[in-house]
Structures are given as C-alpha cells and as structure tokens.
Write a protein that binds this ligand. Structure first.
Ligand code: GLA
Length: 387
C-alpha cells in the first residue's frame, strides 16, 4: 500500500518541481483511547495511530527557499524565503509546514530550504490530528535530509511549538507525540510531563472486538477559542490550588481540592474532569495489562460523561453516537479529541459492529444530522520513511 502511495506522491512532486524528491515520508493521524485535555495539565494520555497518514515528498535545497504544495488544497506552489518566516503572519494551510521549518531553525538546526509536496488521507477538522500529521511528516523528512539526529519526542516538541507559536493554536503535546511515536498493534501510554512512554499491546481483533471511529462531520471550527478557555480555566485551578499543574492533584485528594476551590464552580468542574481523567487512563492501562480488555468499556463511558457534564465540550451529535451505540450493545463509547464536534469512538464485539453502525446512521438521519462517516480503527505505525 505505502509503495503505491509513495509512487503517486513522488511522481506528482516530479511534475510540480521538475525533479525527483530525495525521499517520501508518512505520518499518521491518531485517535485517543482515553485521556482527554490532560496533556496541557502535564497528565496522562493514551492515543494510537490511525492507518490514515499525511505523506510528504521532499527534496532539500541549499538556497534559503521553501516551496510548498498540497494535493488537498486548490492552490499552486507557495514560495517563502526562510529568513522571512515569522509567527502568526500566515493564516493559510502553509502555516503548519512553514511553522515546522521555522521552529527547527529557531532551535538552531541548520535547515537551508526544501521543496515539499504533501497529500493526506487524515480527515481534516474531525479531531483526528490531521494538523499534527502534517507537522510531523515535514519534521521527520527534514530531520532525515539534514541529518539532525532528533528523536521522535524531540520532533513532537518542535512541532507543538510550531503550532502554539507560529500557527497560534494553544494545543498540548499529545497529537504530535502520537504521530511521531506510536507503534502498530499498540496504544501509547504517554506521560505528558516528561514524555516518558510505554507501548501497550492493543490488538482488539485477536479478542473478537473492534474499535469504530464515528466522524460526526461536525467541524470543530469554533474549538480554538473554547479550547483556550478550558486551558486557561485549568491553569487557574492549578494556581488556586498552589500546584504546578493539575497533574499534581492526586485522585485521593480530589475532594479536599474541590473543597478548597469553594464557590469557583466552573473551575471545580474542570479540575474534577482532569483529576478523574488521569485516574481513568491509569485504570485503562492496568486493565489492558491484565488482559481485561472488555472492562475498559465502562471507563470510556465514564470518560464521556465527564467531558460532557464537567468539561462541557461535547455536542448533540457526539452524545447521539455514544447513546445510540451503547443502546445497541457497544461495550463502551466516548468522544475523542478536542471536542465541539469531530469524532467519537465505539468499542464493540465484532458481531455487533454492523448493527451499531446501522443504528447510529439511522439515528443521525432521524435527528436531521449529516450522515456520519464510520470506519474501523486498527492501531497502526507511527511516522516513518516510506521511500
Ligand atoms: C487536541 C489537542 C491535543 C489535546 C486534545 C484533547 O487534539 O491538539 O493537544 O489537548 O485536543 O485531549
């Protein structure tokens, strides 16, 4: 599969730039199994990579010029001079790859220019990390072509900086690390404080189960402002509690922490979500490690309720997926990603998949919602060179 993709992207590169690329790289989108909005609170997350990837054909240049093209945007080749790249000056899709080049150079890495052609199969605006996939594929290609010697987690940090500072989106570190570091057949248990990682075997098919992704087709276009508000609320909570980050509030100390927050009702709700969500990630890890995979279902359901009622980032379409899937026999279901639209995940017995898909699709039609896109997610490989 990836050979054919590499060939297509390389040959388009040839048409655009009149030369062969020096290589072709791929970086995946992700779904998050559990651990939502914990990553900017120094907490735990557990994403796995999708088979959907951003692919980049790249050639290095020595003349301080960056040329960018995407198969997914109706726009010709865009050209930049590296010494003119500056944060938040670019409101176009090109801010993602250009931001990565900027972040690498800012960190002192000698990147002298590149020609880049990108093509992605990661659904955009669906909460499946299409942006992180784009950033990581560019970072990995430049890391190889300029022999920078950076590790996956280091590329993730640089890409997060590109997105925070250059693009201007206050995201955490989960998506970039997932794209860079996930492994096929595994979910990634990541401590976002120090980026220590553990690959947890996650082979649902071997146990007769499936994980579905239901893309509600509701684009999370207003998410940035709301995302930033949640983040600021969490930081306020940490301040009021006198800790560096909400990660430092132990689950056993939650009631005491909530009592200290007095009548700060909104902050209390945010704190409750983060502290209980970190505990849910740890619970899922221990269930998976002890082979009790089906028992993670109820934990996913709790996680959704917490995002809906405490963190308040769900929406009617996401709630409908979860409620309908559970009523049709799913083992567990929750929204995944940043919220306000995007996708939900459904854990189900293989034999129930068709009935659940049908029920969700029918429920969406009955509610007058757009037809959702349902696909099975198999834990796939992280970023890699494919040619
Ligand atoms: C988005 C952000 C991540 C993370 C999730 C919520 O995907 O990019 O950093 O905060 O939302 O868990």
């Amino acid at each position: 599969m990836s050979e054919a993709v590499a060939e297509t992207v390389a040959s388009r590169f040839g048409e655009l730039y009149g030369a062969e690329p020096h290589g072709v790289w791929a970086a995946p989108g992700r779904v998050n199994l559990i651990g939502e909005h914990t990553d900017y609170n120094d907490g735990f997350v557990m994403p796995f990579a999708l088979p959907h990837t951003a692919v980049a054909a790249v050639a290095r240049r020595e003349d301080g010029v960056l040329r960018l093209h995407s198969a997914d945007v109706e726009q010709g080749v865009t050209e930049f001079r590296l010494d003119t790249l500056s944060p938040e000056s670019d409101k176009n899709w090109t801010a993602y790859p250009a931001g990565v080049v900027w972040a690498l150079r800012e960190a002192g890495h000698a990147v002298t220019g590149a020609d880049i052609h990108l093509a992605s199969t990661v659904p955009s605006g669906a909460g499946l990390s299409s942006s992180a996939a784009l950033e990581i594929v560019v970072a990995l290609a430049l890391n190889d072509l300029f022999s920078l010697g950076l590790r996956g987690w280091q590329l993730a940090r640089l890409c997060q900086r590109a997105e925070n500072v250059y693009v201007g989106a206050p995201v955490g570190i989960m998506d970039q690390t997932a794209s860079a570091c996930c492994e096929a057949g595994h979910a990634l248990f990541l401590d976002t404080r120090d980026l220590s990682q553990k690959q947890i075997p996650f082979d649902l098919a071997a146990e007769g189960m499936r994980l579905l992704v239901v893309d509600t087709q509701v684009k999370h276009s207003h998410s940035e402002g709301e995302y930033g508000k949640r983040r600021a609320g969490c930081e306020k909570g940490a301040d009021l509690l006198g800790v560096d980050a909400l990660r430092d509030v132990p689950y056993a100390g939650l009631d005491a922490a909530l009592a200290r927050l007095g009548d700060e009702e909104e902050v209390r709700r945010l704190v409750r979500h983060i502290v209980t969500e970190n505990e849910r990630v740890e619970r899922v890890v221990s269930l998976l490690e002890s082979g009790e995979t089906r028992s993670i279902g109820p934990v996913l359901i709790e996680g959704h309720a917490s995002l809906r009622d405490d963190f308040r980032i769900s929406c009617p379409e996401l709630d409908l997926v979860v409620d309908t899937a559970l009523a049709s026999g799913a083992l567990g279901s929750r929204m995944t990603g940043g919220g306000f639209g995007g996708a939900a995940i459904v854990l189900a017995e293989e034999s129930d998949v068709d009935a659940i898909t049908k029920s969700v699709t029918e429920a969406f039609a009955a509610a007058g919602f757009k037809t959702p896109r349902v696909f099975e997610a198999v834990p796939s490989a992280g970023a890699r060179r494919i040619r």
